[in-house]
Design a protein. Structure first.
Length: 535
């Protein structure tokens, strides 16, 4: 088997304009995939408008009619994206506006397999790895049809998490920034000429991200420090502990809508979606942006970094445990199937254990070395959390604030432990800050830096920074047709609380500072409950 190498998009080895050979063939494949996606330009403004209208404000009859009209306009376009070789089909695998499978079209006598993505649980990483493999196979088939190096080509990755050593990597790969191709660049399958040639890797709905300014911090959207330094891979459900990958599932029917994501899911993954904006800001449209696949290739690379270079390994290296909660987790991990419809009409089923050895899957990364870490609060001692985190921890909320609206900088007082907010911080205690019922009416336009006990909002203090509140996916969880359940986010505050002499978390102020200047009020972000928890 040929093992192809996925290479960085930002590298000294590529042309000054960002066009490496792998990126050039990616553009060639993307051009072919877009040719099989009719109506994409007509779909774009309709989808953006839908995202502005289908949020959680009470719907009037006129608004419901307008939403229905828009859905009626996008459905005939999406129905044509039935070929798995098309970009439109591959994007619908992640999520689709056509939520009723009974209305889905058929391809080669099979109903398409759409709306399959995994978020908010420990299948986030293995499902997206399988998704990338299926997408990469489609791209290679197009490259083969163009007489290109299909056996050795691999998907380039957007190495944004390397931004400490290469600051430009925090912005879009250079080859994706311009709407037209360079005059001197030959893309197989695209006819040259004097007229401007559209760049297949360009997506006009994008809003960023912009080049970062100031000293690097773990609040920066591409930073992977908090994720890679987590000591355990996953959690038991409702275990109240921050993990690298997310909560494991006891009930596999909640595959798409589980409530406990991992640190790498939120940052840099979710923050990258939000900072890029446009199609990337919503589950329903993200896969239509060519940068989506490069972004996820980097997230996949970080999993390799975590498992190998940092020595954390993969779950269940010794097979099924003898019993208890870990044995239940093993059954969940090994039994859930990820389904994909291929261009020949066959259905491929993957499981998490099948995607753990990348070289046997036909690819490797040119490097999986850990990026330069920003100084972060060290995670608390492992204690009763095993390496894969299937123990349960007992936390109790001791300070709660409810019904919070956030439109710009938000600051709320957490008060507990008595009417005066007095309390005692005991040695060895763990501290969490939990957000429940996060809702917004449009896809998020910014992430927020979250501070506890910040004394001056104009002079953020890194010693009080809990991390980044990524809102990717909050919009989708807020839709009435998805149950309007809202989303949850958890921050480990242990090291911050214990690292500030005399700090009183029982009467601390929690401050949210937006990371980018966009129309925050239009998103109408609300939080049902913010809790300070001790365990």
């Amino acid at each position: 088997m040929v093992v192809a190498t996925r290479k960085a998009a930002w590298s000294a080895a590529v042309r000054a304009d960002g066009w490496s050979d792998d990126v050039r063939w990616y553009a060639a494949a993307m051009h072919q995939m877009k040719l099989l996606t009719p109506g994409l330009d007509a779909y774009r403004p309709l989808a953006i408008r839908l995202n502005d209208l289908v949020g959680i404000r009470p719907s009037t009859a006129a608004l419901r009619a307008q939403i229905g009209q828009l859905l009626g306009q996008v459905a005939p376009i999406i129905e044509k994206w039935v070929d798995p070789r098309s970009l439109g089909y591959q994007a619908q695998v992640h999520a689709t506006y056509m939520l009723d499978p009974a209305s889905w079209p058929r391809f080669r006598e099979r109903t398409v397999l759409w709306h399959e993505c995994a978020h908010g649980n420990w299948f986030f990483l293995p499902w997206h790895r399988a998704y990338l493999l299926e997408f990469e196979a489609v791209a290679r088939a197009h490259i083969e049809a163009l007489d290109g190096p299909h056996e050795t080509w691999a998907l380039p990755y957007w190495n944004s998490s390397d931004y400490r050593s290469l600051p430009e990597a925090a912005t879009l790969p250079r080859a994706l920034q311009d709407p037209n191709l360079p005059d001197d660049l030959d893309i197989p399958g695209i006819v040259g000429g004097e007229v401007d040639r559209p760049n297949p890797l360009y997506e006009p709905s994008r809003e960023g991200p912009q080049l970062l300014t100031g000293d690097p911090s773990f609040r920066d959207w591409p930073d992977a420090s908090l994720a890679l330094l987590r000591e355990h891979y996953a959690n038991a459900e409702d275990s109240n502990s921050v993990s690298f990958s997310g909560g494991y599932l006891e009930d596999l029917t909640f595959f798409h809508s589980a409530p406990e994501g991992g640190q790498v899911d939120f940052q840099p993954h979710g923050s990258g979606h939000v900072e890029t904006g446009g199609f990337m800001a919503s589950f329903f449209t993200a896969g239509l942006d060519p940068v989506f696949w490069m972004h996820h290739a980097n997230v996949d690379r970080l999993w390799e970094t975590y498992a190998h270079d940092l020595g954390h390994g993969y779950p269940f290296p010794d097979g099924r445990p003898s019993g208890g909660l870990a044995a239940q987790a093993f059954d969940s991990w090994s039994q859930r199937e990820f389904r994909f419809l291929r261009a020949n009409g066959d259905v491929k089923n993957w499981t998490a254990p099948q995607v753990l050895d990348t070289e046997s899957l036909g690819y490797r990364y040119e490097t999986t070395a850990a990026p330069v870490f920003n100084p972060v609060p060290p995670p608390p001692p492992g204690g009763d959390i095993d390496p894969f985190g299937f123990a349960r921890l007992d936390f109790a909320p001791i300070a709660v604030v409810s019904d919070v609206g956030v439109s710009d900088t938000g600051s709320v007082l957490l008060k507990g432990g008595g009417d005066d907010g007095a309390g005692v911080v005991e040695p060895g205690q763990r501290w969490n800050v939990r957000f429940d019922g996060l809702r917004c009416e449009r896809p998020a336009v910014s992430s927020y830096a979250v501070y506890i006990g910040l004394e001056d909002e104009d002079a953020p203090d890194e010693s009080r920074l809990l991390g980044t509140l990524s809102l990717f996916g909050v919009f989708e969880s807020s839709l009435e047709r998805n149950g309007n359940t809202g989303s949850s986010r958890l921050f480990d505050a242990t090291s911050v609380v214990n690292g500030i002499p005399g700090f009183n978390p029982f009467a601390a102020r929690l401050t949210l500072i937006p990371m980018i200047d966009r129309d925050l009020a239009a998103v109408h972000l609300t939080v049902e409950r913010i809790s300070l928890e001790v365990g």
